[in-house]
Design a protein around this ligand. Structure first.
Ligand code: NAP
Length: 278
């Protein structure tokens, strides 16, 4: 997708829509970057219920100040009914998290989660390696999409309902196996927790990490809390870790550039992370 010239995009507003929406970190992230770059635009949170989605897109399409929106729970799938799906996302990730209006006024749906997930591991050569993924929900779909594009060797998918995991592996054309959550981990080079386990209010996910090689990376998509029991256990074993804020900030940065035409100032990530965990 081509990004329009930046000067035209330094005004107006973008937003995140969802139901509920008060929990969203997106206004803080985008507001931080707008401030750093001195862009005189706004990024807000807007509460939209499911039956108001069609009307929302009709109104925003006609609003010249609107730069686009991010989409969060529970609209990530339903929003596909209201936008052009040029990337074939309905059949792959099955969800969108960003909507933009193109030069012809057409609303385009896209998904920045897969690229946001992949950015911190882009230096890893995933060909011929085995990756363990926990979960088979929306986040797992974005992870599998990215792993498939990175030509990953095989994926062992651990899920409470293994059948769902098997269906996902088949849908993405990935080699591997679907297993129950309590099955032992393989000697995977990368372990990704893409399930809600470990989140505030959920059970922890603390598998036996002994089978992972010394050079393995443990990547937890959960960011509340930031230090999950899984990441703590991985650090105890001196394994490299990546926390959920990496993906959260990464997917937002891609959307930010699409909305406002300038790259997010990632050199300020440390300050942004401080704000997000305060
Ligand atoms: P989701 O669609 O609700 O996840 C569903 C998956 O979680 C299914 O595989 C389900 O198993 C499993 N699951 C749910 N409750 C479980 C339980 N009590 N015990 C065992 N398995 C359980 O959620 P999601 O949208 O994929 O998000 C997953 C996590 O990723 C969340 O913590 C979310 O915050 C995080 N996330 C982070 C980012 C980021 O930018 N860092 C982005 C997206 C998501 P069944 O198939 O058996 O039902």
């Amino acid at each position: 997708m081509s990004i329009p010239p930046s000067t035209a995009l330094r005004t107006g507003y973008a937003e995140v829509i969802g139901d509920p929406i008060a929990h969203s970190k997106s206004p803080l992230i985008h507001g931080f970057w707008l401030g750093k770059l001195g862009i005189d635009a706004d990024y807000r949170a807007t509460h939209i219920e499911q039956d108001a989605l069609a009307d929302y897109f009709t109104r925003r399409k006609a609003d010249p100040d609107w730069r686009g929106c991010n989409i969060t729970i529970p609209h990530k799938e339903k929003a596909l009914d209201h936008v052009a799906d040029r990337g074939g996302l309905r059949e792959s990730i099955g969800a969108i998290n960003t909507v933009l209006r193109d030069e012809d006024g057409v609303l385009i749906g896209t998904n920045t989660d897969a690229a946001g997930f992949y950015a911190p591991i882009s230096a890893m050569d995933l060909q011929d390696v085995s990756v363990a993924v926990i979960g088979a929900g929306g986040a797992a779909r974005a992870v599998l999409f990215a792993l498939k594009r990175a030509d990953v060797g095989s994926v062992m998918l651990f899920n409470r309902t293994p059948m769902k995991g098997a269906a996902l592996l088949a849908a993405f054309g990935l080699k591997g196996e679907a297993l129950p959550l309590d099955a032992p981990l393989p000697p995977a080079s990368l372990l990704v927790n893409a399930s809600p386990l470990g989140m505030v209010g959920q059970d922890a996910y603390v598998p036996d990490l002994e089978s992972l090689p010394e050079a393995a990376v443990v990547y937890d998509l959960v960011y509340a809390p930031l230090e999950t029991e899984l990441l703590a256990a991985a650090r105890d074993r001196n394994l490299a870790t990546i926390d959920g804020l990496e993906m959260l900030i990464g997917q937002a940065a891609i959307a930010f550039e699409l909305f406002f035409g300038e790259p997010a100032p990632r050199e300020d990530d440390d300050e942004l992370r401080e704000l997000l965990i305060a």
